[in-house]
Design a protein around this ligand. Structure first.
Ligand SMILES: [Zn+2]
Length: 271
């Protein structure tokens, strides 16, 4: 095989792997950000549960203070009742006592409700804290894995970039310039030619070009997409049953599909 062609095929593999690894390295911080966001959600759930409990406790303290207030009023009304002069005044005081007792009873009902909901809030807090703990452990594990992966990728990238430099230095300049141009435009610069077709753009190749590509001794580019073509004998398409092998000539129609004005170009190595 033409050494330039061989290096270019290898170079494209290296370039593709460099692109893949670079994309992966760029995507890893986003993954960490996503898992940290998930952790923040769990932290918020814990905070919400804590705030619920705090609210419950302060409501209960308020109700307890209210009860004490009503109890003081009852004591006051009772002491006043011993010095009243009329039955009406006495009844009025007893009415106040009754009202205060009803208020106390109402407060006690509310406290009971709060105690029941406190139980649920504490359960919710425990669950949220357990989930946060598990999540935090997962996040740490994932972050550690991401760090390892990034370091591995970067090490691989460094090696590949070195290999890339070496490969590039061994390819003739015009072929390399062509490779770079096509790679920039089409994201791939090399294509297999199979069954007389460019496997990237599927244009039919002229018989002469096809024969030339089959030797792998020249750098031949596709007249349609510009990719550098190579031939892999392992993928040879056997069109006819192997009875009587005649040199297959492509039908005239296929040959006409080729624009005569833009023949496949051959880049002759300078070395
Ligand atoms: Zn092509």
């Amino acid at each position: 095989m033409n050494p330039d062609l061989e290096r270019l095929i290898e170079l494209e593999k290296v370039d593709r792997e460099i692109a893949r690894l670079s994309d992966e390295v760029a995507a890893l911080p986003k993954r960490v950000a996503a898992i940290e966001e998930k952790l923040a959600e769990h932290k918020a759930a814990v905070e919400k549960a804590k705030a619920g409990i705090k609210g419950n406790e302060s409501s209960r303290r308020q109700l307890e203070a209210d009860i004490r207030g009503f109890q003081e009023k009852i004591v006051k009304y009772r002491s006043q009742s011993s010095s009243v002069k009329t039955n009406d005044e006495y009844r009025a005081l007893m009415h106040e006592v009754e009202f205060a007792e009803k208020q106390i009873s109402g407060c006690e009902d509310k406290i009971l409700e709060l105690m029941i909901s406190l139980e649920n809030e504490e359960k919710a807090l425990k669950q949220a804290e357990a989930e946060l703990k598990a999540e935090a452990a997962d996040v740490e594990k994932e972050k550690a894995e991401t760090r390892v992966r990034t370091a591995e990728d970067e090490k691989l990238l460094a090696g590949l970039k070195e290999k890339r430099t070496t490969l590039r230095s061994g390819v003739n300049e015009s072929a390399l310039a062509h490779y770079d141009r096509v790679l920039r435009q089409r994201k791939s610069a090399i294509s297999e030619a199979r069954d007389q077709k460019c496997m990237a753009c599927f244009v039919m190749l002229r018989p002469q070009t096809w024969q030339e590509i089959r030797t792998n001794e020249h750098i031949v580019t596709c007249s349609s997409c510009g990719r550098i073509l190579y031939f892999d004998p392992a993928n040879e398409v056997v069109a006819e049953p192997p009875k009587k092998k005649t040199k297959a000539r492509p039908p005239e129609a296929e040959r006409e599909a080729e624009p005569e004005t833009s023949p496949e170009t051959e880049i002759t190595p300078a070395q």
